[in-house]
Design a protein around this ligand. Structure first.
Ligand SMILES: CSC[C@H]1O[C@H](OP(=O)(O)O)[C@H](O)[C@@H]1O
Length: 348
């Protein structure tokens, strides 16, 4: 039985976040007592991963009102909306952040006839529900992958779309945990995923802890691995899927998709429906976060590039929908035409 690492805990009326900047060598949980602390935990990537960002923001929306003394619903909602606008500024690409914040604002608006204490209790309940739902979504994604995989499968994955990015099983890693439950033989190759090293520090860590056969590779080795016939499928996560199926995910994902297409290897995107954004027509409209040059020019505080060198550090890229073999969601597998089939998935 796999013991999953908990990236987030709500305990004794407090939020604890596992500081992923210090993994794998240090396991450190820090309590976040104010909405400002939650904002910076997301922005500074103490925690990361689209679904986990959404879950954390939901708790942040509760923390932002837990000590409020608003004496009417109007002033309560003013505070809720102010907190929502603040948290929306933390990171721009993962749509789960906005999805979770919008859900908390909507829930708060429904509570007009409740006392202030009831409003607070019910908003905490909503955040807890979002976390619980994500765990169930993760498992369903894993189970829905099974018809696409087989005993002995060899999977290449990128970044961390795992238990450290979600409530439990991950999205891209969910089928790996289900395959392990079934006793399947399986080999996973994890891209290190510069510059934050989600693959080296997080995916290889969690899969190794789970006793899943994982091999760490540098990002620039993926093409050669595929050319040697060592990869059966590529499975990645998503930060935002546009209405036409263009997908924002960790920088380097698009390159993997191009390589997989060249080597005729199926390229699957594991995506929970809260990461699908029908309001964004194509990948062109998805905001791509650019992060500090220091993430590229230093390595755990050690300088690895000339002082003052120009740096371009986009944290995500856009994989064109034409390069995606299928999306696997908690509601089932989605095949092209994505413009039509994503709409059908969400509307039904
Ligand atoms: C299921 S996590 C989705 C997604 O989030 C990660 O980005 P970051 O580590 O910058 O938050 C990565 O793109 C994962 O695939």
């Amino acid at each position: 039985m796999v013991e999953f690492i908990q990236p987030i805990l709500w305990k004794d009326d407090s939020l604890y976040i596992l500081n992923q900047l210090k993994l794998p060598e240090t396991t450190e949980y820090n309590s976040k007592k104010t909405i400002q602390e939650v904002f910076h935990a997301i922005k500074d990537m103490e925690l990361r991963g689209a679904p986990l960002i959404g879950i954390t923001a939901a708790y942040g929306m509760y923390i932002g009102i837990k000590d409020a003394s608003a004496n009417n619903h109007r002033s309560f909602m003013e505070l809720v909306r102010e907190n929502a606008e603040y948290l929306r500024q933390s990171r721009p690409t993962a749509v789960n952040l906005f999805w979770a914040i919008d859900r908390m604002v909507k829930r708060a608006a429904e509570l007009e006839d409740k006392s202030l204490d009831e409003k607070k209790y019910l908003l905490l309940e909503e955040a807890i529900e979002i976390q619980k739902e994500d765990e169930s979504i993760n498992r369903s994604i894993g189970e829905n992958f099974m018809p696409l995989l087989r005993d002995g499968i060899r999977i290449l994955t990128h970044c961390n779309a795992g238990s450290l990015a979600t409530a439990k099983y991950g999205t891209a890693t969910a089928p790996m945990y289900i395959a392990k439950e079934k006793g399947w033989a399986m080999k996973v190759f994890a891209d290190e995923t510069r510059p934050y090293l989600q693959g080296a520090r997080l995916t290889s860590y969690e899969l190794h802890q789970a006793e899943i056969d994982v091999t760490l590779i540098c990002d620039n080795m993926a093409g050669f691995l595929m050319s040697q016939g060592k990869v059966d499928v590529v499975i990645v996560g998503a930060d935002r899927v546009a209405a036409n199926g263009d997908t924002a995910n960790k920088i380097g994902t698009m390159s993997l998709a191009v390589l997989a297409n060249h080597f005729k290897i199926p390229f699957y995107v594991a995506v929970p429906t809260p990461s699908i954004d029908l309001a964004t027509p194509t990948g062109k409209e998805i905001p791509i976060e650019e992060r500090s040059p220091l993430e590229v020019t230093s390595w755990y505080g050690k300088q690895i590039a000339p002082e003052g060198i120009n740096v371009y550090n986009p944290a995500f890229d856009i994989t064109p929908h034409a390069l995606i073999t299928a999306f696997v969601t908690e509601k089932g597998i989605v095949l092209p035409d994505y413009q039509i089939n994503l709409q059908k998935l969400l509307v039904k």
